[in-house]
Design a protein around this ligand. Structure first.
Ligand code: FMN
Length: 188
């Protein structure tokens, strides 16, 4: 198996992190990998926001949890009340990829960029976990206002399409969850 395939297979959603920051050189490589993702008509309609400020990460986490607890969705309320519930898992870095909603396929473009980032991170020994809370929270008026208040703003008109926590995985590294095998049709 070559190195690329083995890196793809090794990537897991990491939900426990060491507090040490992701190195500057590593972050540059991850962002470079992200910027090389394919985009519809090469529009690259994206912006990368990297949050490493511990206080800001904690504030954002608190806002998201409160929103979940106050949500009309009972599943969200239940999950947020569970002991040890965390949105960013105390990761030292959160990356939000925002995009231009008027682009051809901003959700696909931003998601592909985030996957490149996560694979690049894995190759550098850095863990990651997609975090849906950012998009869910931003979709509410309260969430938008909270992001603004915290100084987490995006280019004019852009909205977040992908968010993931990054950091060095705490031991033990996650086991591979069951992966569906029966999902391929090949027409020769
Ligand atoms: C669109 C999307 C949303 C996700 N949201 C969350 C999330 O909010 N919190 C979380 O811990 N993991 C989240 N995940 C990670 C999935 O739970 C994880 O990818 C899945 O369980 C498979 O595990 P693996 O990534 O280790 O292969 C999300 C993944 C995707 C693709």
């Amino acid at each position: 198996m070559n190195e690329t395939i083995s890196t793809i297979l090794r990537r897991r959603s990491v939900r426990a992190y060491r507090p040490d920051p992701v190195g500057e050189a590593e972050l540059d490589l991850m962002l470079e990998a992200a910027r090389h993702a394919p985009t519809a008509m090469n529009q690259q309609p994206w912006h990368f926001t990297v949050i490493r400020n511990r206080e800001l990460l904690d504030d954002l986490e608190e806002h998201c949890i409160t929103a979940f607890i106050e949500s009309k969705n009972s599943a969200l309320r239940e999950v947020a009340k569970m002991a040890g519930f965390s949105v960013f898992y105390r990761a030292p870095m959160l990356v939000i990829i925002s995009g231009d909603p008027d682009a051809l396929a901003p959700q696909n473009d931003c998601t592909l960029a985030m996957e490149n980032m996560m694979i690049a991170a894995t190759s550098l020994g850095i863990g990651s976990c997609w975090t849906n809370a950012v998009m869910m929270y931003y979709a509410t008026d309260k969430g938008k206002a909270a992001f603004e208040e915290l100084g987490v703003t995006f280019p004019e008109g852009y909205q977040p399409y992908a968010a993931a926590a990054f950091g060095y995985p705490a031991e033990p590294y996650p086991e591979t969850p069951p992966k569906k095998a029966n999902c391929v049709t090949i027409l020769d």
